[in-house]
Structure formats: C-alpha cells, structure tokens
Design a protein around this ligand. Sequence first.
Ligand code: ATP
Ligand code: MG
Length: 459
Amino acid sequence: MNPAQFDGSKADRLDEDHPASHPPVLAGQGAATIVPRPDHNISRANISRNALKVLYRLREGGFQAFLVGGSVRDLLLGVTPKDFDIATDAHPDQVAELFRNCRLIGRRFRLAHVRFGREIIEVATFRAGGEEAHDDRVHDDAGRILRDNVYGSIDEDVWRRDFTSNALYYNIADFSIWDFTGGFQDVHDRVLRLIGDPETRYREDPVRMLRAVRFAAKLGFSIAPETAAPIARLAPLLVEVPPARLFDEILKLFHGGHGLRVFELLGQYGLFGQLFPHTEASLAGPHGESLEKLIRLALANTDARVAEELPVTPTFLLAVLLWGPIRERAALLLEEGGSDVDALAGGTTEVVLEQLERVSIPRRFSGPLREMLALQPRFSQRRGVRAMRLLENKRFRAAYDFLVLRAECGEVDPDLVEWWTEVQEMDAETRRKEMGLRRGGGKPADGRRRRSRRRSRAD
Ligand code: ATP
Ligand code: MG
C-alpha cells in the first residue's frame, strides 16, 4: 500500500503543527494500520466546524473521538460529505453530559444527536459484537442497564460495518486514519468490498446488496468480484426486509444523484425485479422498450435536478417506476367499461396495493400519484371549462411534466404537449380565447372554486 498517493490534493496549513500522537491500544480482532497525517489528504479545513467542535470536546473530556463512515471515505475522494458521523468510546450518557445541545435517540442502541442550528452531528458509541449483541443487555426494573454487551471498543465496532471503504476512522487526537480492513487501499483503488464473508453479511442484512449498488453508482467504484458474486443468487432475500425500510432505501437509491446508473446496476444484479416485480414484468412485455426509455429519461432528468439542487419528489419517481404496470392494468379496466380517467385511477390503486407488499408507499405520495396519473387522459381535451380546470388543478404541474416525458417516448402526440406548454405562458385573456371560453368564463370572479350556475351549465 502506498498511502502517500492520496497526498498533495489540498495544502493544509491547519495541520502543519504536528500534534502529540497517541499510540493506539488495540485488542481483539487484529490491529489497525495507522495512516499518519502526512500520508493522507484529509484536512480539517474540509471537515464541518461543528463536527470538529464535537470531536475536540470529546477528546478534552478524555474520550476517543473519530470521524467515521461515509465522511472519511468522501474526504479521501475529495467529495463533499453529506454528513459527518462520529464514533467514540464515551457512552451516550457521557456524551449527553458534554453537550447541552444533545438529544439521545434510539432505544436498543442509543445515539447522541448534537444539534447546531440545522446541522446535526451524530455521535455513536463504539458497538460491540455481531448483530445479536443488541439483545444481550440486561436492565433493572427502572430500565437502567445492568449488564451491557452493546457497547464496545473501536476494534469491535469496525467489524459490524458494511464495506471496507465505510470502515475508516479519522482520529482527532493526531489526525491519523485507522484502517482495520484494508479500506484505505480499496478507496484508492475505487473498489467496494464487503468486510468478512459476503454471503454471511448479506444474509445478516440483505439491504447491503442495495447499498453495494448505491455506493458503486455514487462513487463510481467497481464491486469486488467476491462481493458481487453472491448478489444475483441472494437477491430474493430482499423479500424479508420490511417494506418501510425498502421505501427509504429506494429514495436513497434514486434520489441520490445517480439514479440512472443505479437503475442499470439494479437490473444487472437481478435486484430491480425484487423491488418492483410488476415493473420488471412490464419491461419484458410488448411495451418494454418505450417503458425503459421513459424510466431512463426520467432518471437522467432527476439526476440533473439533484445536481442543480432542485427539488425532486417521490410521487414523480413512483409514477415513473410504476407507469408500465399501471398502464397495462388501466387498459384491462377500460375493457370492462367506464371512463379512461377512472381506469387510470383504478389501475393506480391496484398496482400500488400490490407494490405495497414489497415497498411501502406512504399515503402522502400514493394519493397525489393517483391524482396526477388520472389527469393524463384529460390533456386531450383542449377546449372549454374542463381544459381550464385542468390547468388550475393542483396536480397540473406534475401531470404536465409526466405528459412531456410520455411524449418524449412517443406515447403522446408532441403537438398536444406543445399546445399545453404554450397555453401556460399565455395571458389570461388569450388563454380563454384559445380554450374557446367567453371573457371571464373560466373561473368565478372572486377566484374561489365554487360551482356557480353558469359553471354547471358549461359542464
Ligand atoms: P452516505 O454518503 O450515503 O451517507 P454512508 O457511508 O455515510 O454514506 P450511512 O448509511 O450514512 O452511509 O451509514 C453510515 C455508516 O454506518 C456506513 O459508512 C457504515 O459504516 C455503517 N452502516 C450503515 N448501514 C449499514 C449496514 N446496513 N450494515 C453495516 N454497516 C452499515
Ligand atoms: Mg452518512
């Protein structure tokens, strides 16, 4: 290993005063390789001030304090970390005593959240043992911990982490990096490698398969062959993961700024079909090609929005991912009779209900999803009060964006989209004329949504 290869990206004045270094005292599963400050590029200038405050205060309190997880990895890569997590040998109560702005969260394993305005620094006490260790705590009647196998030392904490690149510890005592698993070299080689036996680690927590894809897409890492090999075979284990957790994970996967790459990798590793079985079936069906195009276009779009820090919504993402099966289901319902609006609303309800078995979809997203998809057929109506009402509908914008996407895939006449684009930019009077409405005829004069007599007649 040549740690010096990380050097030289950013000069770091702050770190020029070499602090007294504290030799690590290690026990347990193997010692760490210590990468001293001159041999890596992590500079305090790139660490959040608040995280530094927490690290220093813990250290002054006589505790060990490390930056951990994604932030160390990202700093090594020259990427701005999303957040800064800290690990310490201080117990949660001890952390709470050091910080007034601190809240303890979690029941079995308590974490400290230290708040500075909008930034929250998460401080976790080193965890002991494997997954089962959580339940080994013995409490007295008052809920106080009598025997505690939950918390441990750093050399226990490291082995429960997922990937070697996520298991590096930046020590505030001397600005060195502690590496127990070869993560430093793996970050340099841009390889994602599970710690321990991959099959065992995926069985412990199948979400790690999704995390592998997420990090590979986000960081542009390759997945080490032994880490990648079991995924396709073990993908069905995702069925056992609670749907609510999968919903959170799906947002991280598709709203992380690399959604298109994630989609490709999920497909490649046989994971997509575990999350969205009906969509997978549609992709293999007669409209598969145009559906794939729609998904790819939408995800590329979403990635661009994330890059520009524009808002993205789960409702739109779900519309995109579920459109294939919803459209097929709506076609079946239409054959049974009723309007196309009802068919789409009904199709959405059915597909969402089935999807809930895998991935939960909170009502605050499924309701708007149904509304926005049911508006799709209404765009063909360009004249009259109905057209005006569509324009005023609270889901108009989302529905219109989706229409644009469908047109780009050849599902909708481009002239229709052009008309709806133009009509939005017209002044009120021109728009009314364009829709064939008389002056002031589109909306009650006071602007409220009430059914006037004239309105009902126009219906
Ligand atoms: P991101 O940049 O997306 O926040 P991250 O690496 O910080 O990436 P988190 O999900 O925030 O990822 O988790 C923080 C750390 O906790 C990880 O780096 C990893 O060490 C550990 N971790 C999180 N989830 C798991 C898991 N399912 N199994 C094992 N370790 C995990
Ligand atoms: Mg993180």
